[in-house]
Design a protein around this ligand. Sequence first.
Ligand code: NAP
Length: 320
Amino acid sequence: MQAEIRSDNKKPETRKKFDVIIIGAGPAGYTAAIYTSRAKRETLIISGILPGGQLMLTTEVENFPGFAKGIMGPELMTTMREQAERMGTTIIDDEVVNVDFRHKPFKILTYSEEYEADAVIIATGATPRKIGAKGEQEFSARGVSYCATCDGPFFKNQDIVVAGGGDSAMEEAIFLTKFANKVHVIHRKDKLRASKVMQDRAFENQKIQFHWNTVIEEIKGNQKVNQITVKDTSTNAVKTLEVGGLFVAIGHEPNTKLFQGQIDFDANGYIALKNHTQTNVEGVFAAGDVHDHRYRQAITAAAFGCMAAIDVDKYLAERK
Ligand code: NAP
């Protein structure tokens, strides 16, 4: 640790070396920061261009414990940020453009600065793939959702659409039948990619109707989605479904491009963990959706952030 950098007389913004740098400011990043800062580790979050992550694009969050009446996604993230700052975390709303994990201390380059850290937590999340239809962005969080577990209960007794033909789409379609009157699955091919067991469960479900060789053309509505136009690509026939929502379940892309060639990924392109939350590079840890393609929840991302922070604290203590 460089003495001049740790000096309490320096403003946090001028410090360039930290005990731990957290890349990404979703639930995983903020929770990790709350824990490392509270453990008196000098912590910097580099938040990226969308601080708060996917929850900034959500409306009400009903399943994050502690909020009996629910909380708006952006408010939850702002509160987490304030909590991290209160614990002493420095937060910079800048984007990381390069990292060097080959030598210690690790180097992290943003658009405007270069920083160093003894440990790094990668919490850059994953981005749901977009269907690319007209109206998708306009109605995002107003009927268009990328998470059935998060938003399904808002669609009670409505007809809805699920886009996709993989395991996620089948899982989401089946889950959504608990709330919806009817679930239309729109799939671009004439057969599913999903595993046999998931296919069988979906085919058995009376509330699910499949539309094969079909693509979504347009999402329409007023305040919220009320119609989706789809096209059968084998006949070019266009029809309009009167539905209250669209769940896009066509996969996620982990935000790992920055780390290519520096740390190991799994077969799906997510960060591979070797020892609890540690990657194959000693001192570099990962938390949240960037390594977890199974649960993908705010609460599980936060929990992984906590675990990574505890692992970092132990790692730094052992290094000394
Ligand atoms: P996935 O397996 O990659 O499936 C994506 C689906 O979306 C495919 O059917 C694909 O169509 C379709 N698709 C992709 N891009 C599209 C586009 N632009 N327009 C329309 N459709 C598009 O992704 P996933 O379902 O999220 O699953 C990811 C991994 O997690 C998989 O390994 C999966 O098995 C696993 N998973 C397992 C479970 C479980 O076992 N319960 C649950 C969820 C996920 P094509 O088929 O035409 O390519």
